[in-house]
Design a binder for this molecule. Structure first.
Ligand code: NAD
Ligand code: ZN
Ligand code: ZN
Length: 389
């Protein structure tokens, strides 16, 4: 079969690889009909994720048709159309029972990314996301093996829904939604979202759904901000054009700040040359440019939500400000399985239109070009979907 494989920084290729096979009794083999490139894939593409190996198959946002089922698979059958969450979870361990599926203790044979891990177990294995997360082949491929098929796959029974409408249930829609939930957004809330990429946009859509009244959005790609303003009614702030986005937000919010902030940028945040340089030589784990802004823009007693991926240390993390302002902080990999069914209902009722963010639909054979367009923000790219072919 054909699959998108990793060979080093900015070097991904579609090439012929062995077809996947059923290994465990609760595996399925999926024929992929649609898959997407995630901002998380860009961290890998830029060579920033350790423990990647030559030939690893990428991709953790995908859906398709069940081709083959292992003998212990009860929840899906051959021919079903399913969306697969990016986290692989057993459904039975301590954390799965708490519905904290991304923390599943039994699926990841890698070490995960916690620095001060002590004797704790790694969180869930992820598709196509390095040997830190189990080295599981991803779904930017014609076929993929899906472990734990009694827990992850969500059947799309409604044939009236197109792949593009439901594909993002695999990751960015639940991620944006959990980010909004972690930000405690409710009717009348004010929120500042940092990053107008796919995750920031899904967070904006979710914030609207949950009743947010004012949504500020910070980025420096004007075309992404313009889209967010037109589609979700955000108040755009271009950080190339204003000195201090957090202060703009505070000024517009009665000198206090917003109820909550969502950092949909993560460890590669732009805006601090020093931290970006230190991160590149591994003296710093992450750039703190975005999370510092999020903390500063949030009013006392508010919440800071972190869907953006962070790694290791941020020396310039103002823990004292978090204390002084009485903020709560919550983040992490998304417990996708927990949100997928309810979000599918919102899509079916026409209350969420995640497909609106798609700008590029390419055949899998052009996946390498898709990465380049998305990474360089060419052609006003917001989101790339790859289809079979
Ligand atoms: N928690 C999860 O489970 C989960 C799931 C999916 C993605 N993610 C993470 O979410 C983050 C965003 O993903 P995406 O797909 O939207 O990626 P993306 O790279 O397309 O978007 C990031 C956006 O942030 C902007 N940005 C950079 N520095 C900024 C700053 N200082 N202030 C404000 N904006 C800034 C960029 O211009 C870009 O538009 C990534 O870190 C990704 O790994 C996490
Ligand atoms: Zn992702
Ligand atoms: Zn589990």
């Amino acid at each position: 079969m054909k699959a998108l494989t990793y060979h080093g920084s900015k070097d991904v290729r579609v090439e012929s690889v062995a077809d996947p096979k059923i290994i465990d009794a609760d595996d399925i083999i999926l024929r992929v009909t649609a898959t997407a490139i995630c901002g998380s894939d860009l961290h890998i593409y830029r060579g920033k994720i350790p423990m990647m190996e030559h030939g690893d198959i990428l991709g953790h946002e995908f859906m398709g048709i069940v081709e083959e089922v292992g003998p212990a698979v009860l929840r899906v059958k051959k021919g079903d159309r399913v969306v697969i969450p990016f986290t692989i979870s057993c459904g039975q361990c301590f954390y799965c029972n708490l519905k904290l599926f991304a923390a599943c203790e039994t699926t990841n044979t890698g070490r995960g990314a916690i620095v001060n891990k002590k004797d704790t177990k790694a969180g869930a294995a992820l598709f196509g996301y390095s040997h830190l997360y189990g080295g599981i082949p991803g779904g930017q491929a014609e076929f993929v093996r899906v472990p734990k098929a009694n827990v992850g796959p969500l059947v799309i029974a409604d044939s009236g829904l197109a792949d593009a409408q439901v594909l993002f249930l695999s990751d960015i829609l639940p991620t944006g939604y959990m980010a909004a939930v972690n930000a405690a957004i409710g009717k009348g809330s004010s929120v500042a979202i940092f990053g107008a990429g796919p995750v920031g946009l899904m967070a904006a859509a979710s914030a609207r759904l949950l009743g947010a009244e004012r949504i500020f959005m910070v980025d420096h790609h004007q075309y992404r901000l313009d889209f967010a303003q037109q589609t979700y009614g955000v108040e755009p702030i271009n950080f190339d054009k204003v000195d201090d986005p957090a202060n703009v937000i505070i000024d517009r919010m009665a000198g206090r700040g917003v109820d909550s902030s969502i950092d949909a940028v993560g460890f590669e945040a732009k805006g601090s040359t020093l931290e970006s340089a230190l991160t590149a030589v591994k003296l710093e784990g992450s750039s703190g440019a975005s999370v510092r802004q999020a903390i500063a823009a949030t009013r006392r007693g508010g919440a800071v939500s972190l869907p953006g991926v962070y790694a290791g240390w941020v020396h310039g993390f103002l823990l004292g400000d978090v204390f002084e302002k009485g903020l709560s902080i919550k983040g992490g990999q998304t417990h996708a399985q927990n949100y997928m069914p309810q979000l599918l209902e919102h899509i079916a009722k026409g209350e969420l239109h995640p497909e609106a963010i798609i700008t590029h639909t390419l055949p899998l054979s052009e996946a390498a070009r898709g990465y380049e367009i998305f990474e360089k923000k060419e052609e006003d790219c917001r989101k790339v979907v790859l289809t079979a072919g």
